[in-house]
Ligand binder design. Sequence first.
Ligand code: 3H9
Length: 697
Amino acid sequence: MSEAVQLERRGEIALVTVDNPPVNALGHAVRAGLLAAFRQAEADPQVRAVVLVCAGRTFMAGADIREFGKPPQAPSLPEVVDVIESASKPSVAVIHGTALGGGLEVALACHYRIARRDAQVGLPEVKLGLLPGAGGTQRLPRLAGVEKALDMIVSGAPIRAGEALDSAIVDELFDGDLVEAGLAFAQRLLDRQLGPRRTGERNERVREDGLAELIAHKRGEAQKRLPGQFSPQRCIDAVEAAIQLPLREGLARERALFQQCLDSPQRAAMIHAFFAEREAARVEGLAADVQPREIRSAAVIGGGTMGVGIVLCFANAGIPVTLLEVNEDALQRGLDRARSLYAASVARGSLSAGELERRMGLIAGVLDYAALNDADVVVEAVFESLDVKRQVFEQLDAVCKPGAILASNTSSLDLDAIAAFTGRPQDVVGLHFFSPANVMRLLEVVRGKATANDVLATAMQLGKRLKKVAVVVGVCDGFVGNRMIFQYGRQAEFLLEEGATPAQVDRALRSFGMAMGPLAVRDLSGLDISHAIRTRQRQTLKPGQTLPTVLDHLIAAGMLGQKSGTGFYHYAEDGRAPQDNPALPAMLEQAAAERGIVRAPVSDEEIVERCVFALINEAASILEEGIAQRASDIDVIFLNGYGFPAWRGGPLFHADSLGLPHVLGRIREFHQRLGAWWQPAPLLERLVAEGRRFADL
Ligand code: 3H9
């Protein structure tokens, strides 16, 4: 037996314990240990039942992701699972924490399953570009029915223990000690003389009527919701095999489909994204012994859309939060907005009415800065103007207790200038949330030149508590994400002026995989905001850099995007899909004339390359300047804040996949044809000259 798996006898029951921190991943040692333990229990005449538990914080959280793409090492997980299911003595899996992927597949192969009341189970393989490859697609439908299994396998979302009980995935819930609960359950099996109950032999649920239609429906739904992704359709193929084939053949089909996913570039991209997200939590230059400050209460300045979203983040995490506004009306509007956002969750069924009241109970409203004197962290979310920020930070400096963290949610202003408005710049940090703040996972943590290490550590820890993906960035206009998106959006506008339409630009980038087209995004966030940023940027243009003018024309006509009913698109009052803005073609003609060009058709390929390569070139400059710590952090930012397709791994993973010589070649062509914005980033040129990739940095 290996160290990772222990076997001991408790009377007539064999207790198998997996202990492979941190998450009991099913690496080689665990697979070999499980195989040996179950075989030994089978061979031991004294043993009449087997209980499988895991040490530490969780049941097995899946196959060891680090082994994918490397030469396979026997025994394989399907082999282990087969031995567990075919055993002649009943086995019980005792689930706590998260039984995910291969972990749940091992549990499904056990003959009975019990779960601690706070546990979760799921098959998240699709999020890694895979499908459950150790029988999950054959066994889960046999227990929970085809519809439930498809929902879980195609979404990858875990479910809670209570729901798993209702879906017959587990047999019983328990509270308290794992081993005690497992042994007691196994003893009851023995007392009642219940033997093995093999999931793979239960066929009723996969032979029901109407399943072919259900499969066709789910296929269409996945096509629409997850366009361009390879593994969701393969997941459905595998579940279809459970309906059409006997278990053995279904398992073989699942194995073949799993291998297809394993070999696909999307798998590599999505696993890159998984590890990149965890890597982002590591902050360079921050010693492991830096003690974060304690955060027991928070305050937010400004009850606009952003401020209220941030208030909800704190309340959702159970942190009492005070909202400050300038007058009674604005404060009431902010509090009403918080309540109505929660009410929408209640209407959708994702929040209980009791929970709404509990969270609203954590939110207080005030008009006076003096009331913030006890807050551990204050996040400012007021209008993007340095003058306004000055007023806020001077007041915070006057009233906040020593050691309080003063955070700005600025999306592009100079954090060091903001910190200088206070007498304690070491306590100032940027917490750049993305709209809607209560939904979007990304949090850029802006490290100012004076930000203290323990403040940075606190901000990163707070990000995790708020269930965000926190990424450290440095100070510059737009930090990492927006600085890159400025380039991307500017190209989208240039392309319009050169001859494309908003619908074509948006469609081309959605086909590439972006969650939304850039012009639809602009209309949503408000063209006045884009225009204000543009006006500011006019002051810092380098020689040869010009700006598109279409925004000026739209603003002059009072077209501000969705909020005014018209922007790049026209929005009918009945909420139907956006239509063409009939006034736009004349504006584009005018803008083209101002640039001295004639509008002509543009290809979809040019649209995608211009927008995406503009991101990559800017990212290279950002890396060189040290504004981002590492290439993978930039990928994390784009995957979690800007709707970049997960299956492409982020802009820089995508660049590496295309090959940097190709990317640089196109950028050089654009530079020749289109001028100054396309000056190749020196880092990109160096990487190509040295035959290296962003991943090698
Ligand atoms: C699969 O099972 C395929 C099978 O169907 C078929 C096979 C034939 N492997 O996230 P955290 C590391 S596919 C290796 O920060 P949390 C992680 O990198 C798999 N390492 O903790 C991190 O390391 P570090 C299906 C793993 O508490 C540390 O553990 N399963 C794995 O916030 C802590 O992770 C999944 O997709 C792994 N499977 O969340 C589940 N998982 O400290 C993936 C984690 O060095 N895992 N690590 O940075 C998760 O969703 C979360 O990690 C979990 C814990 C919810 C478990």
